[in-house]
Design a protein around this ligand. Structure first.
Ligand code: SAM
Length: 251
């Protein structure tokens, strides 16, 4: 089975924090994946897609731990959310692609060196290898003590809360949507507890009936709310990123 994927990530974003070497993604030959006896066709399709995905190849070449890193790079190249010196929380951080981007862009590794370094707190209930420059918390974001643990680690109000969290997919669109929205609601509750006035919130959500009321809730608290589908987000995925900026002070 051969699947052709157009080369998309042509832009060089720089070296990933903590690992890898910068480099332009190179055009790779399309890999053919033969269906082996015993391998289900869905896993054959997945393997073929991975092998031929230019974002997977670019992530390997540039030292990012996930192709998802390019989604945050693309969102941030457009909106300039990550600036040196900011305090950023990355919810659902494993394996660490977004954390690498955040560390790089807020210059978190320079903290304590007398420069305007920021701070990145990476939270996941899955264990992940440390990203140099980030503070790691192995925690469920819905646990009662997680907001306080994050606030302690940050040492001040957060400027930006990112959530690339995803539920385990059941393959049933409505169920997956509702589970994704539940994570989005939990992320927003947490963000409201730790964000400084003027702060921002970015969350991945699966489209469906509960997305519009969620956006309405965001509009009540933030001065600007956008929905984005970065080029690195697969066209056949219903995922969308909501980006809310300018948290209003409580009245
Ligand atoms: N942004 C990451 C990157 O660039 O490498 C990829 C994130 S991955 C798509 C989603 C993550 O969300 C998983 O690692 C999962 O363990 C995490 N997650 C899901 N529910 C969570 C929860 N309640 N608390 C903490 N992490 C959660």
């Amino acid at each position: 089975m051969t699947r052709r994927v157009p080369l998309r990530p042509g832009k060089r974003h720089g070296a990933a924090a903590g690992s890898g070497t910068p480099g332009e993604p190179s055009r790779a030959l399309t890999s053919r994946v033969e269906s082996a006896r015993g391998r289900r066709s869905s896993s054959t399709r997945w393997l073929s897609r991975q092998l031929n995905d230019p974002y997977v190849q670019a992530a390997q070449q540039q030292g990012y731990r996930s192709r998802a890193a390019f989604k945050l790079l693309e969102i941030d190249d457009r909106l300039r959310l990550l600036r040196p010196g900011l305090r950023v929380v990355d919810l659902g951080a494993a394996p660490g692609g977004w954390t690498q981007v955040a560390v790089q862009r807020v210059a978190a590794q320079q903290r304590g060196a007398g420069r305007a370094g920021g701070c990145v707190v990476a939270v996941d209930f899955r264990a992940m290898a440390a990203v140099p420059g980030a503070i790691h918390l192995e925690a469920d974001i819905t646990a009662e003590d997680t907001p306080a643990r994050i606030a302690d680690a940050l040492g001040g109000g957060a400027h930006l809360v990112l959530s690339d969290m995803a539920p385990d997919m059941m393959g049933e669109a409505t169920t997956d949507h509702l589970r994704s929205m539940a994570l989005g609601e939990a992320a927003l509750d947490l963000a409201m507890a730790i964000l400084a006035p003027g702060g921002g919130f970015v969350a991945k959500l699966l489209q469906g009936r509960d997305l519009p009321p969620f956006v309405t809730r965001l509009r009540a608290h933030f001065s600007a709310v956008r929905q984005m589908k970065p080029p690195a987000s697969r066209v056949d995925s219903s995922e969308v990123y909501v980006v809310a900026t300018g948290l209003r002070r409580p009245q």
